[in-house]
Design a binder for this molecule. Structure first.
Ligand SMILES: [Zn+2]
Length: 522
């Protein structure tokens, strides 16, 4: 006898057995009982909450041979065929793989024909937000003048990406994430039916790990059954969840805490060799950082049953609160940028390198950031950014000719600070100051940055200062200047500098080339 995975075997087949979506079930039941049927439904919600399951139950309700009903019989040929996924008038499309407009058009051209077996042709389009614009347009034509025998059931995890013109023609239902308690109660029922013993705490662990997704909960339960061989104990489930799941993310956060970019990249390489989804990884990384931040502020929110409790508390100790915040933000950004990245690996590792680039410097106690370790990719070198000497407290108005020292202590932020720190002093007579920046860094010499720097100088000296900034002619290290320029010109970096008042510690930026050269020297 072939083994059927639990998620499929225990897929709810009636509205009553659908766990945790009572509000949607109630509305749909009402509509079906009063025969107030809409021609297009949109089910939204995160993955695994039951969107397509609900769509199939709705298809049965509409096509059950006993009549349109909120309680389809489950026995007639229509119900049986829908349950087994072979009902000819239920057309299920995964938009993630059917985004081509031609396929969509062909599908919709067939919509005009009357259903073969049922009362309605039901089109279930999963991940509908993935459709191309022209595919949406093709669908919109049908939605505008839908034939009587057509029902659309659209499902998406991302309703924001659906055109308003389509949204406005759908009756929308938002499916909730299932509470852990409902999930573990359901798992207990499944285990009872399967005649497998399981400790309640083990089921709660699985429910927590499934994060609102019944499908994930059932597949974890499947894994646990084979892992635990016989009886699901808390200890074995804890071990299972701890190892299969987030171990690589814990390793990455650990590497961040230690400033070991090489170690983090090694983990990314390992993930790549295992073909793991980098999108999911960034999401999980954000989730982990969120939990670390929670643990730092309110340790009590971590449940004793949480299998990762100790690890999260451990990370909460080694990570500064502002680090957790920053990495969380970068993970979110990285996920957003991922579709634009050359590939998943590049997008993921770039996000990690950003985290290292913006790692708050311990000496600053926040605020400042280290420069990017531009020498790291591929090298696996454990090179650390150099610590930067701290700005010294200076008496107002004093100037001993040490321009780099003064530049550091000036009350400027963002790109104006970059202008101060990247420039060379050409002359200063007490009233007029002339600075010079290398051509590669000319973008820091924008008028607006000059004005800010001038204001800071006037504050410092307590009198009007004339400031002139020349481009070119400094005696800087060209490779270094270029590395600094490339970091400064990165749109994300500029964004951080301008909006978060982050500081680029330029001395910690190492050009890739010179890192390679220095390795060759050895
Ligand atoms: Zn039926």
């Amino acid at each position: 006898m072939s083994y059927q995975v639990l998620a499929r075997k225990w897929r709810p087949r009636t509205f009553e057995t659908l766990v945790g979506q009572e509000h949607v079930v109630k509305a749909l039941t009402h509509a079906l009982e009063q025969n107030r049927l809409h021609h297009a439904y949109l089910f939204t919600g995160t993955r695994g909450v039951g969107k397509t399951t609900l769509a199939r139950i709705l298809a049965k309700s509409l096509n059950c041979e006993t009549g349109i009903s909120a309680k389809p019989c489950g026995k007639c040929s229509a119900c049986v065929e829908i349950d087994s996924g072979r009902f000819i008038d239920l057309i299920e499309v995964d938009a993630a793989t059917n985004t081509k407009v031609d396929e969509m058009r062909q599908l919709l051209e067939n919509a005009v024909y009357a259903p073969t077996r049922g009362r309605f042709k039901v089109y279930v389009i999963d991940e509908v937000h993935m459709l191309s614009t022209s595919a949406f347009n093709a669908m919109l034509k049908t939605l505008e003048e839908p034939p009587e025998h057509i029902k659309f059931v659209l499902a998406t995890t991302d309703p924001q990406k659906i055109p308003v013109t389509v949204l406005s023609r759908c009756l929308q239902f938002n499916l909730k994430q299932m509470p852990a308690a409902s999930i573990s109660a359901h798992l207990a029922r499944v285990l009872g039916e399967e005649k497998i013993k399981g400790e309640p705490t083990a089921l709660r662990l699985i429910a927590a790990a499934a994060r609102g997704s019944m499908r994930d909960a059932l597949s974890l339960l499947d894994q646990a059954i084979s892992y635990c061989a016989g009886e699901l104990t808390e200890a074995s489930v804890r071990a299972m969840l701890g190892t299969v799941d987030d171990s690589f993310l814990f390793a990455i956060v650990q590497a961040l805490a230690q400033g070991d970019a090489g170690a983090a990249l090694a983990v990314a390489d390992d993930m790549e060799s295992r073909n793991l989804s980098f999108d999911a990884a960034l999401q999980d990384l954000a989730t982990l950082l969120h939990r670390v931040a929670l643990a730092q502020s309110v340790p009590a929110v971590l449940s004793d049953e949480d299998p990762k409790r100790d690890m999260i508390l451990g990370l909460a100790k080694v990570l500064q609160p502002e680090e957790a915040q920053l990495y969380y933000q970068i993970a979110l950004h990285g996920r957003q940028d991922l579709p634009l990245a050359p590939d998943g690996y590049a997008g993921f590792t770039m996000s990690l390198l950003r985290m290292f680039a913006f790692r708050p410097d311990d000496d600053h106690g926040g605020g400042g950031v280290r420069g990017a370790e531009a020498g790291i990719p591929g090298a696996g070198s454990g090179a650390r950014p150099t610590r930067v000497a701290q700005a010294m407290a200076r008496a107002p108005g004093a100037f001993d000719g040490d321009w780099p020292g003064l530049a550091k202590s000036l009350n400027v932020s963002g790109m104006a600070k970059q202008l101060a720190q990247q420039s060379e002093l050409k002359s200063f007579d007490g009233d007029a100051m002339e600075l010079c920046v290398p051509v590669t860094l000319k973008h820091v010499a924008d008028k607006s940055y000059q004005d800010k720097l001038k204001a800071a100088l006037q504050d410092h000296f307590g009198r009007p200062i004339r400031l002139g900034v020349k481009i070119g002619g400094t005696t800087g290290n060209t490779a270094q200047d270029q590395a600094v320029a490339s970091i400064q010109q990165d749109p994300f970096v500029r964004d951080m500098v301008e909006t978060l008042d982050a500081t680029i510690v330029t001395s910690s930026i190492k050009p890739v080339q010179s890192a390679a050269e220095s390795r060759d020297d050895k």
